[in-house]
Write a protein that binds this ligand. Structure first.
Ligand SMILES: Cc1cc2nc3c(=O)[nH]c(=O)nc-3n(C[C@H](O)[C@H](O)[C@H](O)COP(=O)(O)OP(=O)(O)OC[C@H]3O[C@@H](n4cnc5c(N)ncnc54)[C@H](O)[C@@H]3O)c2cc1C
Length: 395
């Protein structure tokens, strides 16, 4: 008999989300994280719990609808960790998108949110434009307001991890996965917990290692004939960190050089400006913001808040996992993709890409597939109703 029903490699939002969902469904769970819970991509995002207004442009309506649904769920379940914020979109003469197009997009966002209050949007009257302190007024035609959620991504990841533990999942960190071989009952694993070599067996193995996904996959024995990993690109996204006082409002603006959406986001006692999209080919652990990304973000900020005198006090960079394609990163799917050794009776599941916002729905979808191998158990909880508490409130 295997030691665990499910073993998960990776302790980002997806790894702990799957641990929570598997434990809630009544399975025994082991989750391994090499460095720190949420210490990689899941602490370097834009920290938005959102539908992704800009994904409407690429027609990803299913993803936007699901993420809006999850956003509203997290606003309730994780009310200490996810807060609703007003976002402002200024529209200028000669901008890439007209006021009519923005209105259309916000209407679609409202419809996809299920006509909920959190999907409401409005246009700021000219008499209120001065509320957005420091915003460039030359050529300003309209300012739209809508709502989305904001979080501390790493704190949210840790809260989901604590919830998984409370349901009985075993979470190990630092624990570096080393190798896995196939056995009659699933997989035999070798990992190093605080440099001590350990072994465990599981019925189903999940690779949720974000940008390391194919690197880690090469350490796992896989079926041979006709089976291939997905080909992916790693696309880096940089944020600049400014001291507080840059902007009191969340702004959604167009980068002057290429019209891409850039956010200016008050966050905790700082302001974040991001992000970028540059294909990255190195080791995921060594990604660094590039000088050209810093210039791109600074130029965008200087365009919209021309009076500001502040210098960035920090920067951070994360990697998106996107399907490989000749198309610009913007046009590629942001949805999670699963790959299985055998879709009918999986013993190995590999997760590619995805959104912080969508982690719970992603994990639920994966567990549905894995239950074909694991069989049904009596659930001990439903993640759709489990509260997530901030660290100082956790039991
Ligand atoms: C710039 C940027 C901005 C984003 N903004 C948003 C946003 O605002 N809202 C949103 O919803 N989504 C956003 N996303 C997407 C979101 O951040 C990611 O989808 C999510 O964080 C990915 O989580 P993950 O668990 O798959 O990967 P990760 O968080 O990278 O976790 C993978 C983990 O695997 C571990 N690992 C690797 N190898 C091993 C090993 N051998 N043994 C043990 N552990 C190992 C790593 O240490 C790491 O902690 C953004 C992404 C980027 C890059």
């Amino acid at each position: 008999m295997a030691d665990y029903d499910v073993a998960i490699i990776g302790g980002g939002i997806h790894g702990v989300g799957i641990a929570q969902a598997a434990a809630a469904a009544g399975y025994s769970v082991l989750c391994l994280e090499e460095n720190a819970w949420g210490g990689a991509t899941s602490s370097r995002s834009s920290k938005l719990i959102h539908g992704g207004l800009r994904y409407l442009q690429t027609g990803q309506l299913g993803l936007v609808r699901r993420c809006l649904n999850e956003r509203d769920r997290l606003l309730e379940l994780a009310s200490e960790l996810v807060k609703l914020r007003s976002f402002y979109i200024p529209v200028y003469d000669g901008g890439r998108y007209s006021a009519a197009q923005i209105r259309w997009a916000l209407r679609a966002y409202y419809l996809l949110s299920g006509l909920r209050e959190t999907g409401l949007y409005s246009e700021l009257p000219e008499t209120r434009w001065a509320d957005i302190k420091g915003l460039k007024t030359e050529g300003l035609q309209h300012i739209f307001r809508y709502y989305d959620g904001q979080t501390d991504d790493q704190a949210l990841t840790c809260a989901v991890g604590r919830s998984a533990q409370a349901l009985g999942a075993i979470l190990c960190c630092p624990a570096r996965f080393d190798a896995a071989t196939r056995s009659h009952s699933g997989y035999e694993l070798i990992f190093y917990e605080a440099e001590i070599k350990k072994r465990a067996s599981c019925r189903v193995l999940v690779n949720a290692t974000g940008p390391w996904v194919n690197q880690v996959l090469s350490q796992i024995e896989t079926p041979t004939a006709g089976w291939r990993p997905l080909t992916i690109d790693l696309v880096q996204g940089t944020h600049l960190v400014y001291p507080a006082g840059l902007s009191e409002q969340c702004l959604y603006v167009e980068a002057p050089s290429d019209g891409r959406a850039v956010f200016i986001l008050p966050w905790q006692d700082k302001t974040l400006v991001g992000t970028t999209e540059k294909v990255y080919q190195g080791n995921p652990g060594e990604v660094e913001p590039l000088r050209e990304e810093v210039q791109y973000l600074q130029q965008t900020l200087d365009t919209y808040l021309p009076e500001h005198q502040l210098r960035p006090e920090g920067r951070f960079c994360g990697l998106r996992v996107l399907p490989r394609s000749d198309r610009a990163a913007f046009f590629r799917s942001r949805d999670t993709q699963f790959l299985f050794d055998d879709p009918k009776h999986p013993t190995l599941a590999i997760l590619y890409g995805g959104k912080l916002t969508d982690y719970r729905a992603t994990a639920a979808q994966l567990m549905k597939q894995l239950s074909r191998t694991l069989g049904k158990r009596t659930p001990v909880a439903d993640t759709a109703h489990l509260r997530l508490l901030a660290a100082n409130r956790a039991a």
